[in-house]
Ligand binder design. Structure first.
Ligand code: ASP
Length: 454
């Protein structure tokens, strides 16, 4: 690798780019993208392809990542324990979502965004239909796992991968030598697959600054400041609500004696990626990498992160709560307690069946508005600035998934390792840590419990 570049000068420039910490590159890209988008306006939308390539590079990795990390993770832990982890994380996700939607509702009720605004004339947009909960649950079992893979159906793929992981664990434990040997072989292959995906993730992240720059520039060029001004209060409520929610995560981390500073040092890359891509599913490769760097075992993150990307959307819950109040205010309707409870219920339930893709929250808002029996017109106002709100709520969604993952790992014996991978160092590609295999069971990072830097 060292001898491959022909010209020393160009090599050193590339080397310097590689050595510059990723988070700074991302921060610069974020600010530069915002400046370019606002200053240049419409023509900046020409950058769209550069951003789309980044999104596609990430999405390209999502399904392979879910399959290999889940099989590797599940096959290394006992199914009973997996059930326990699953139950804990579901409770955690539901509880934080309920807190989030309450934060959104309360903040909006206090600030009253939308009062005095006019809904745009009669909009013929038809309200969205909720996927029936029972159907969502039934479809978690795939008829054809390969079709589920091809369609990008995360929950169905998770189901098949968990089944494969459990079967693999049984094979490895088999008293038949031939089956046990095949199981061991397969497991090594899966471990190799995990490393392969992460080496690609590292490569993709070198392109991330370009992608982030382009995506932010395009959103700001398309939305413009003019659209934001009348909706400044709603934007403030959503951004403020997310800030409160992130404070809640920090408090939960402290409560579970996890080092807050170390957590956010690893979480900031997925946070910026989520902000720019507006997709928690797309951010999965980056958040999974962050969980590894926190030292979380794949037996936990392989399960909790893909699940979270699909069912846990705290930022979206804040947005649904706040925007419903906004809609009611624009329409001049006083929300009853019954309607508010309906919004909470729809906010939490709808998030389960909706994938973490850009704009998914707008669909959930439509559902909540329809369920609460509010007029649909004002939703069109929100739609105009949805991308701006989507950025911050997706960032919150991903932070919530990572908080759940880190906290659950903390409560499980041997699920946090000191050898958290750090792919940014020199020669990182070659020195990857073999997933799970060589890690000491039960090794908790020493600094962690002391609330290092809390
Ligand atoms: N874009 C969000 C996500 O991917 C969902 C939403 O639109 O709120 O998590």
């Amino acid at each position: 690798m060292a001898d491959r570049s022909p010209k020393p000068s160009s090599r050193s420039l590339w080397r310097r780019y590689l050595d510059f910490p990723l988070i700074y590159k991302l921060a610069i890209a974020l600010v530069a993208g915002a400046v370019v988008g606002l200053a240049v306006g419409e023509p900046a939308t020409a950058l769209q392809p550069l951003g789309e390539v980044f999104l596609r590079l990430l999405q390209m990795l999502v399904m392979p990542l879910v399959v290999v990390t889940l099989i590797a993770g599940v096959s290394s832990i006992d199914p009973v324990r997996l059930g326990g982890i699953g139950l804990k994380v579901l409770v955690f996700y539901l509880a934080t979502s309920a807190v989030a939607i309450t934060v959104g509702l309360l903040a909006a009720l206090a600030v009253a965004p939308g009062t005095g605004l006019q809904a745009p004339g009669r909009t013929e947009q038809s309200p969205e239909q909720a996927p029936p909960v029972a159907q969502t649950l039934v479809e978690i079992v795939p008829e054809n796992p390969f079709a589920a893979l091809a369609e990008g159906n995360v929950l169905a793929v998770m189901f098949a991968a968990i089944a494969a992981g459990i079967a693999l664990a049984f094979m490895r434990a088999s008293s038949d030598e031939r089956i046990a040997g095949l199981g061991a072989l397969l497991r090594r292959g899966v471990d190799a697959g995990v490393e392969l995906v992460f080496v690609i993730v590292r490569g993709v992240l070198q392109y991330a600054p370009v992608g982030v720059f382009a995506l932010i520039a395009v959103v700001l060029a398309e939305t413009g400041v003019d659209a934001l001004v009348p909706l400044a209060k709603l934007t403030g409520v959503v951004y403020g609500g997310v800030a409160v929610q992130i404070g809640v995560y920090a408090a939960v981390l402290v409560l579970f004696r996890v080092g807050v500073r170390r957590f956010f040092a690893a979480a900031r890359e997925p946070m910026v990626t989520a902000f720019a891509t507006r997709s928690s599913s797309g951010t999965l490769p980056v958040s999974t990498r962050a969980a590894r760097r926190m030292g979380v075992d794949e037996g936990v993150y392989g399960f909790t992160l893909p699940l979270g990307a699909t069912v846990n959307m705290d930022g979206t819950a804040i947005y649904v709560g706040a925007a419903t109040v906004f809609v009611a205010n624009v329409a001049g309707v006083e929300l009853t307690v019954g309607q508010l409870l309906m919004v909470v219920l729809v906010g939490v339930l709808a998030s389960i069946g909706t994938a973490g893709v850009p704009g998914a929250g707008l669909i959930m808002l439509s559902l909540a508005v329809t369920q609460a029996g509010l007029p649909f017109g004002p939703v069109a106002l929100v739609a105009g600035i949805d991308a701006i709100l989507d950025m911050v709520r997706t960032m919150c969604n991903v932070t919530g998934d990572l908080t759940g993952t880190r906290v659950i790992a903390r409560t499980e014996r041997g699920m946090v390792h000191e050898s958290g991978e750090d792919g940014t160092g020199p020669g990182a590609g070659a020195a990857a840590v073999p997933a799970g295999a060589q890690r000491a069971e039960g090794a908790e990072p020493p600094g962690e419990d002391a609330g290092s830097g809390g």
